[in-house]
Design a protein around this ligand. Structure first.
Ligand code: HMG
Ligand code: MG
Length: 307
């Protein structure tokens, strides 16, 4: 039943990260034709922005070493956006040669994660991104910036809001169009999210340029999403079936499951364009390939065995 809550947007854009953030964390490498079918089924369920893969070093993330092959076989359409992660100039070259039109650079609010994820300090990683963003914009690409560890870090503990705002401002000053706030290890709670979004607004980064990227490690992802929506955010990252984590942050478990997000949004009368039944069926199909059930409560509740 749809029961609206005042102060929420009428429509939310779901930025689907399952094929990238989800599959990058699987022990087994999923065959490229299964990945392609996954993306195609997500699009058929109504998702319009699907982060498909990463042009990172294949030794760092072997699960996504088939980025070129995947983009080669994916069906393209003007309605579908397929952003990819790009850390450096080499990654951008690879993306450009494969017809990519949307990229995401991925920075860290903390030094330890920057070193572990990018083999760079925060300053060095921002210096690595700057020419990538410049060139990408000159080529007419849309550029998103992630900032990870926005609430806490497994090695450094609590992350001060001022530290997040500083890295975020430096990324947005490069000319990125959107900033995705990554609670990579899922430790944030709603008041923290509201305060962070407020501080970014005071620094000139308004909610029209923000997205939120929650991991559900402590079961807070939906509550945090609602806080972000109430603060004015309208782009939410989620991963079909709750796939995901981060290979370089062991305490990062699954992302916010897209099905759980859609259930909440539709219940609130917020439009997403997603067909929930088709989406849950896709996640069950993918769970079959991965050999374990989806952690999404909504996928479980909608599965034929539980009806
Ligand atoms: P490095 O070892 O410092 O690389 O890694 P380098 O610049 O010294 O280059 C070494 C060699 O790698 C060179 O080859 C380069 O050409 C090659 P050689 O000359 O020795 O033959 N190389 C590449 N090859 C293919 N593609 C490339 C590339 N770059 C260099 N793009 C690097 C630095 C950034 C490459 C590495 O650290 C890396 O790939 N890191 C990516 C790790 C990753 O993908 N982590 C998961 C992302 S998830 C995340 O960050 C969180 C997020 O989900 C949000 C959230 O939850 O918070 C986004
Ligand atoms: Mg993530």
């Amino acid at each position: 039943m749809r029961v609206p809550l005042s102060g929420l947007p009428g429509r939310v854009t779901i930025y689907e990260v399952g094929p990238r953030d989800g599959l990058q964390n699987e022990k087994a490498v999923v065959p490229v034709d299964v990945k392609s079918e996954f993306v195609t089924r997500l699009a058929d369920a109504g998702l319009r922005t699907i982060e498909t893969t990463s042009f990172v070093h294949p030794k760092w993330v072997p699960q996504l070493a088939d980025a070129e092959q995947l983009l080669d076989i994916l069906p393209r359409s003007p309605q579908l956006r397929y952003p990819v992660l790009v850390p450096n100039k080499r990654g951008l070259e690879r993306a450009l040669s494969n017809g990519v039109t949307e990229i995401a650079v991925f920075g860290s609010a903390t030094e330890t994660f920057a070193r572990r994820n990018l083999n760079r300090t925060v300053d060095e990683s921002l210096a690595m991104f700057a020419p990538v963003v410049d060139r990408a914009r000159a080529e007419g690409l849309w550029v998103r910036a992630y900032v990870s560890m926005v609430c806490g870090d497994p090695w450094e503990g609590d992350v001060p809001i001022s530290q997040v705002v500083s890295v975020a401002s430096r990324l947005m000053d490069m000319g990125c169009s959107q900033l995705s706030l990554g609670d990579t290890i899922g430790v944030g709670t709603p008041g923290h999210v509201t305060a962070l979004i407020g501080a970014l607004g005071e620094a000139g980064i308004g909610t029209e340029r923000l997205a939120v990227h929650f991991h559900d490690t402590y079961g807070q992802a939906l509550a945090n999403t609602l806080a972000a929506l109430q603060a004015g955010v309208t782009v939410v990252d989620a991963s079909a079936g709750g796939l995901g984590g981060c290979p370089y942050a062991e305490s990062a478990t699954g992302n916010l499951p897209t099905e759980d997000l859609v259930w909440m949004l539709h219940g609130l009368g917020v439009d997403t364009g997603v067909d929930l039944a088709k989406l849950a069926e896709t996640s069950r199909w993918m769970a079959g390939h991965l050999g374990r059930p989806s952690p999404s409560r909504v996928v479980q509740a909608l599965s034929p065995e539980s009806e």
